[in-house]
Design a binder for this molecule. Structure first.
Ligand code: PLP
Length: 361
């Protein structure tokens, strides 16, 4: 079903001068555009009342199911302004498809791919002046869906709200690309077989906050989670997938087991790295292999990837059993090449041979 969006313009948008100030140093996730997209769903009426309307608080009943049982999913993607001023999304259908898979797992209604993309397009068209230009800037788009029904019984909600909000984003690494350090969580896991690890839901993130505090207490930036059963296989970080560069020109990423979130960046890199002449393998990689490979030089680079930070080199792996460091504290050549190749596609600096870009405005 294709929903038609009604646009209700904000009659008090942020003045041009203030918006320009925000766009000059947007940071990440701090400032929001003048509008948001909202679509309602009910079990009786399906998707209805699609709007782009002024950005502002949502009215929620205190008994809204999401506040109690976390029936919620989200997505994250970016709109990129090219040199000619046009604005593009990178593989938005992949986010839309993943949103449908997440919705299935969280017993939320499915939204058509075309409606998901239409919500993004209508919002970006309306807030076009908010898409920054220059450098590695973008407009970060956050679609999400939650159980808005006022009801404390435990069952899938009969009323659901879908929204898209947008936030201008600067270069993630303002001070240049610097390897991050990772804490290996031995006590906590992110996802268990049969759980929600492959769904992009807020609950997974809630469960990762305490391990993140633990990582920070050990002087690390991020957490790496192992599989929940054997506590042996490397899965991913709280919000990014991992890649390992081997000394024989191959690169390895943990295979999807049902507990790893399938990143759009991860799957794009599978293809991009092959273009760069790398042999790419999806397989299980143990924490011993990481430790020993980093120490012996068999593993030459480690990087994390995701929409927000694109490709991030990983330097130190810290754990209760001691530290190992990959590389020399700078960004390795394969990490840098993959990162540049991906950004060149996203910013239209290289031909989009796979049809990954969708023009939004
Ligand atoms: C969103 C997310 C990623 C990265 O996915 P991208 O589509 O590449 O942004 C990786 N892991 C988790 C747990 C995530 O939620």
């Amino acid at each position: 079903m294709a929903v038609d969006f009604i646009v209700k313009r904000n009659d008090q948008p942020l003045p041009d001068e203030q918006r320009e100030q925000v766009l000059a140093a947007p940071g990440f996730g701090k400032h929001f555009t003048d509008h948001m997209a909202v679509v309602s769903w009910s079990s009786t009426d399906g998707w209805h009342d699609a709007q782009v309307r002024p950005y502002g608080p949502l009215l929620l009943d205190p008994s809204a199911a999401v506040l109690h049982y976390a029936q919620e999913i989200f997505e994250g993607l970016k709109a990129y302004r090219h040199d000619d001023g046009s604005v593009w999304a990178f593989r938005p259908e992949a986010n839309a498809e993943r949103f449908r898979r997440s919705a299935t797992r969280l017993a939320l209604p499915l939204m058509d791919v075309e409606d998901f993309v239409a919500a993004i397009r209508t919002l970006v068209e309306t807030d076009l002046a908010w898409v920054p230009s220059g450098g590695e800037t973008s407009l970060y788009l956050r679609p999400f869906m939650f159980a808005s029904e006022a009801f404390l019984g435990v069952r899938p909600a009969n009323e659901v709200t879908f929204c898209v909000i947008a936030s201008p984003a600067g270069a993630y690494f303002a001070g240049g690309l610097k390897p991050v350090s990772i804490w290996l969580s031995s006590e906590y896991t992110r996802a268990a077989p049969g759980g929600t690890g492959a769904a992009k839901c807020g609950g997974n993130y809630a469960a990762s906050l305490l391990p993140i505090l633990e990582a920070q207490a050990h002087g690390c930036d991020q957490v790496c989670f192992l599989d929940a059963v054997e506590k042996r296989w490397v899965e991913e970080l709280g919000g990014m997938n991992l890649y390992f560069v081997m000394d024989d020109g191959s690169i390895v990423t943990p295979e999807l087991t049902g507990t790893i979130l399938e990143g759009v960046t991860r799957s794009s890199i599978l293809q991009i790295a092959a273009d760069l002449g790398q042999t790419v393998t999806e397989r299980r990689i143990s924490i011993q292999e990481w430790r020993e490979g980093a120490a012996s030089g068999r593993i030459t680079e480690v990087f994390a990837c995701g929409t927000a930070a694109v490709v991030t080199p990983v330097g130190r792996l810290a754990s209760a059993e001691g530290d190992v460091v990959t590389g020399d504290g700078t960004t390795g050549p394969v990490t840098a090449a993959v990162r540049t190749a991906l950004l060149d596609i996203q910013y239209g600096r290289t031909p989009d041979t796979r049809g990954w870009l969708t023009r939004l405005a």
